[in-house]
Write a protein that binds this ligand. Structure first.
Ligand code: F6P
Length: 548
């Protein structure tokens, strides 16, 4: 047994948190501010260039102390060292979870199956950097001698979302290489990409840890076929590279071993952007920026590993999620980056968080009798303000939100940035403070409205407020800060998984659909279909009418 397999409901701190909730449930966030003039100072953290304000939450110091006690009682300290030391904490797959080994600030010995993995990590990283330098500098040529200008990343899930999110987020640092992504098995996705590319100048990066994923292999095969309709077989070596844990399968596909970068078993797909899985990122921003991304994550790792829990950003933010999810009965959490560069962050975090903690069985194999994985959604501000913020402000659901913003813009324009940041601050203020009937009456009277008019419109204009949020205010969107931000969320996932006593690093829940899709696929061409439920059966029959 590696991790502490407790039932959180039986922990003393959990029970005390239930009474704390009962005692304070009627209190407003603004009451907490009135009671303590030092609240912001106490409930905010400054670490490197990150400022996190978590004062706009429905909790007080006692709640926080109990949440911190919950982390202790759940064995978080020991779990963190097991995680970083490479113990096989992904017990259902018998694997270590070592994306942190890829971004060590001071490379150290990490043993996996009797071998120190650090030297190999450095070797493979150098291989990736040399390769990226070759392509960026133009030394690596296409089969007709032209330089590569376009990279197509073929992968799905962790082999797509992380690289796509980071490439977009760091577009400001992009060199001349244009990077696009093909993920969906839908033929239209790949066909639309193919229309944009020149086979002589394009490099295809196939990323698949298993090299068995239906979407990735279908897209890779379609692209290979298209490519070979323009170029000879010998050209494959100039235009196809792969990142995988399955060398034989890649070779079988037709890519020579010198064009394969390995991805280790102890890197989970959704945490693979730090590895060779991030090759497309490395090509887009160059090894120097990629290294900064790793270093930023490495710094957050050190912070998480060493900081006292009460000053530990991932721990504090994880505990706040637990507080709403398990005591307030809140189901969803919004992620709102006030940066268009981070527009893909919510969908990236959906996989990272929901594939990790969307588990209904605890580490003992028993169904859980408490809530686990929170639902993640969101979009970039200010766009989101004009989309779903109405519901956040006046709807019937409480939606705790993370607001993420950067103090300095990348493209200097104070006018735009001041407007952006004023909205960024205003939204958390509005969510917390709301707008009372008294203030509205005053405002409407000043506008010359009659008493009748005011009373008729009043109920619709009231904002109850008292809606919680965290503000993550970071100096600037640099590769290093992005690395720290992603690592912060990764560790938050880990902490929540430990407290919920679930396995965060497997994903058995995606298997059934894959298996059934294969059964259904076979039936499209068979005359007799008799092993599906009536609804699916009918859908298959209906689809067959349209198949050409
Ligand atoms: O969706 C399930 C999953 O296994 C993810 O965890 C993973 O990121 C994705 O599929 C892609 O897997 P692979 O890299 O093996 O193609």
């Amino acid at each position: 047994m590696i991790l502490n397999k407790h039932n959180p409901l039986s922990l003393k701190s959990w029970k005390l948190l239930e009474s704390n909730f009962g005692k304070n449930a009627q209190k407003k966030i603004t009451d907490y501010f009135s009671e303590d003039s030092d609240r912001v100072k106490k409930l905010s953290l400054q670490w490197e260039s990150f400022y996190v304000d978590y004062s706009k939450n429905l909790l007080d110091q006692e709640t926080l102390d109990l949440l911190l006690a919950l982390a202790e009682e759940s064995g978080l300290n020991q779990a963190i060292s097991d995680y970083f030391e490479g113990k096989k904490i992904n017990e259902t797959e018998k694997r270590a979870v070592l994306h942190t080994a890829l971004r060590q600030l001071n490379p150290r010995t990490i043993m996996v199956d009797g071998q120190n993995i650090t030297p190999k990590i450095e070797e493979v990283k150098k291989q990736m950097y040399d390769f990226a330098d070759g392509v960026i500098s133009g030394k690596w040529k296409g089969y007709t001698g032209k330089e590569i200008t376009h990279i197509v990343n073929i992968g799905i899930g962790g082999s797509d979302l992380g690289p796509a999110m980071v490439t977009e987020a760091l577009k400001f640092y992009n060199n001349h290489l244009q990077v696009t992504f093909v993920s969906n098995v839908e033929g239209d996705h790949v066909e639309e990409e193919i229309k944009k590319i020149d086979p002589e100048k394009t490099l295809f990066v196939i990323v698949s840890k298993t090299f068995t994923t239906q979407e990735t292999l279908s897209n890779a095969n379609t692209i290979k076929k298209w490519f070979l309709s323009h170029a000879p077989v010998s050209a494959i070596s100039n235009h196809f590279v792969a990142v995988s844990n399955s060398l034989e399968k890649v070779i079988e596909f037709g890519i020579a071993s010198e064009n394969i970068l390995p991805m280790n078993e102890w890197i989970g797909g959704r945490f693979s952007l730090w590895s060779t899985g991030g090759l497309s990122i490395c090509l887009a921003i160059g090894p120097k920026n990629f290294e900064d991304l790793l270093q930023g994550a490495g710094k957050m790792d050190e912070h998480f590993r060493t900081a006292d829990f009460k000053e530990n950003m991932p721990v504090i933010l994880a505990l706040i999620t637990i507080w709403y999810n398990n005591f307030w009965g809140v189901e969803t959490e919004a992620i709102i980056p006030y940066s268009q560069y981070l527009k893909n962050l919510p969908s990236y975090l959906q996989q990272a968080i929901m594939e990790s903690n969307g588990k209904g069985v605890d580490q003992n194999g028993n169904p859980v009798d408490y809530q686990t994985g929170n639902i993640i959604w969101g979009a970039s501000g200010t766009n989101a303000q004009h989309a779903f913020f109405q519901l956040m402000h006046q709807g019937t659901k409480m939606i705790p939100a993370d607001f993420i913003g950067f103090a300095k813009p990348l493209n200097q324009d104070n006018d735009h940035h001041d407007k952006l940041i004023s909205n960024f601050f205003a939204q958390t203020q509005a969510l917390m403070q709301g707008k009372s009937a008294e203030i509205l009456r005053e405002e409407l009277t000043l506008q010359g409205k009659s008493h009748e008019e005011i009373e008729a419109i009043l109920p619709f204009k009231i904002f109850e407020g008292n809606r919680p949020s965290n503000t993550l205010f970071i100096e600037q969107l640099t590769p290093a800060n992005l690395g720290s931000l992603i690592a912060l969320y990764e560790h938050r996932i880990f902490v929540q998984g430990i407290i919920w006593n679930i396995y965060s690093y497997d994903q058995w829940g995606v298997e059934l659909g894959k298996q059934l899709a294969n059964n259904i696929l076979k039936d499209f061409d068979s005359k007799k279909i008799d092993h599906h439920d009536p609804s699916t059966h009918q859908l298959i029959e209906h689809y067959k009418k349209f198949r050409s």
